[in-house]
Write a protein that binds this ligand. Sequence first.
Ligand SMILES: *Cc1c(COP(=O)(O)O)cnc(C)c1O
Length: 368
Amino acid sequence: MKKIIPLSRPFIGSAERKAVIQILQSGKLAQGEKVAELENKFKHLCDTSYAIATNNGTSALHTALHAVGIKPGDEVITTPFTFIATVNSILMMGARPVFVDIDENTYAIDPHKIEAAITHKTKAILAVDLYGQPADYDAINTIAKKYHLPVIEDAAQSIGATYKKKQAGNLADISCFSLYATKNIMCGEGGMITTNNKKYYKNAHLFRQHGEVEDTRFVYDGLGYNYRMMDLQAGIALAQFERLDRITNKRLKIAKKYHQELAGISGLVLPYVQKNATHVYHQFTIRITSEFKTTREQFIAYLGKKGIGVGVYYPAPLHLVPHIARYGYKKDDFPISELASLQVLSIPVHPLVSEEEIDYIIDCIKSY
Ligand SMILES: *Cc1c(COP(=O)(O)O)cnc(C)c1O
C-alpha cells in the first residue's frame, strides 16, 4: 500500500521529550512555574499586558466570554463557519449565538454584515481567524466601538499571524489560543488567553480556578471552574514555542510552492491573503467550484487513493447543527458559509511533509 501523507502531524523532538521527563522527575505536574513561564512567552509574543493559560482552547473561549461579562440571554455575534467550540462556548454561557455570514475570500466573518445583526441584547462580537489568517479587525473593531461591544478573537488557528503588523492575540479586547495536538504549536491539549484589559484579566483569573481571589486561599468571588493547565502541558508547549518561527516559515514555504504550482487550474481557488495581514496556514484550504472538472467528492476520493490525507473544515456550517439550529436557524440563512462547506478542501501543509511529498501532491493534483 502507498504511504499515506497525513493532513497533520505534530513536530515532537528531543526538547519536548526532555521537558516531560524533567517535569515528571520534579514531581510538580500541576500548574506552577512552567505555566507561568509559558504565559510570559505569550505576553511577549503578542505584546499584551496579560496572559492566562487554560487546559484547552474551548475553556479559554468560555473563560473569555465570562471575562467580558456575557450573561444568560445575551446575544453574541459570531460566524457559522468555524469549529464547533467557538459556538459551544457561547452556549455554555447560556447566551444566544447570532450568526453573520462570512467573507467569501477570507472565510472569516464579513464586517459589512455585522451592524444589521446588532440588537439591544448584543453583548459581544466573537471573530475567528480561520485557517490561520486574522479576520478584518479594523472594520470589526470600528463597529464594536460604535456600539460599545467587546470583541473576542478566536486565535486558535492563527498563532504568529499578523494584521497591520500586530500579532494575532492582540487584535481584539481579549483573545484565545488553542494548543491542541493539530494546531501550529501544541501540547496535546492546552489553551491561552491574552488581553490588555485588567478587568478582563482579573475575571478570567477568577474563572480559571473556582472563583478564588488571586493571592488568597479559600476566598471566593463567584462561580469558577477548574480550567488550569498542567506544568506537564506547559513544558511541552514551551519546547514547541521555541520552534514557532521555524514551523511558521516551513508552512509559508510550502504554501508559497502550492500558490506557484497550482495557480490557474480551472475551478480550483487558492487561499486569499488580505493586503495588511499575514497568514500562518494552519490549513492550506483550496476551494473546488463548479468549474472544476469533477465534484469535490470525486477529487477527494482520488487524492485518498493517491495516499494524500485531506480534510474538509468544516463540512456543515454550525447554524445547521441540530442543537444550534434550535435557536431558529435553517438552510439558506447563510449562503456563503453553506457554499463554502460544500467547496473547501484542505491539503497537507504541516512542517513534517517533505519537499518530495509536496512535489508528489502537486503532481497528483496537476495530473488529475
Ligand atoms: C481548535 C479550535 C478551538 C478549540 O480548541 P480546543 O483546544 O480543541 O478546545 C476553538 N476554535 C477554533 C477555531 C479551533 O480551531
